[in-house]
Design a protein around this ligand. Structure first.
Ligand SMILES: [Zn+2]
Length: 114
């Protein structure tokens, strides 16, 4: 894993029993049945695995539409993380585009084109 500081990184959970990584939330390891996890943080570089353009969002996000939302396959961790892309880039997002993690805002991970 490309390790980042907690305040700047993309958060994963790592099973303290077997070391398997998960995208939070996770309450039970599907590999070893442990329920004990540690938070680990990645720099979050990866590529766009899938995406869609949201044109009719929930009311609280109405002023932000249209915007891109998708899944990012993070390098090395072999995990797919849901996330949003910075608004000004929604027309440029493509499957396979290289992206980097920007920040976590509430429960949303933000990415930008690399
Ligand atoms: Zn485990």
């Amino acid at each position: 894993m490309s390790v980042a500081a907690p305040e700047t990184g993309l958060k994963f959970l790592q099973c303290n029993g077997c070391g398997k990584l998960y995208v939070p939330p996770k309450y039970l390891c599907t590999q070893c049945d442990q329920d004990d996890f540690s938070e680990v943080f990645s720099k979050g570089a990866g590529e766009v695995y899938s995406f869609t353009i949201i044109r009719m969002p929930f009311e609280e996000f109405a002023e932000e539409a249209p915007y891109a939302f998708g899944e990012i396959k993070v390098n090395n961790e072999n995990l797919v993380v849901p996330g949003r892309f910075t608004n000004e880039q929604e027309k440029a997002v493509k499957i396979g585009s290289r992206v980097s993690f920007v920040k976590r805002d509430g429960c949303i991970n933000w990415f930008q084109l690399a």
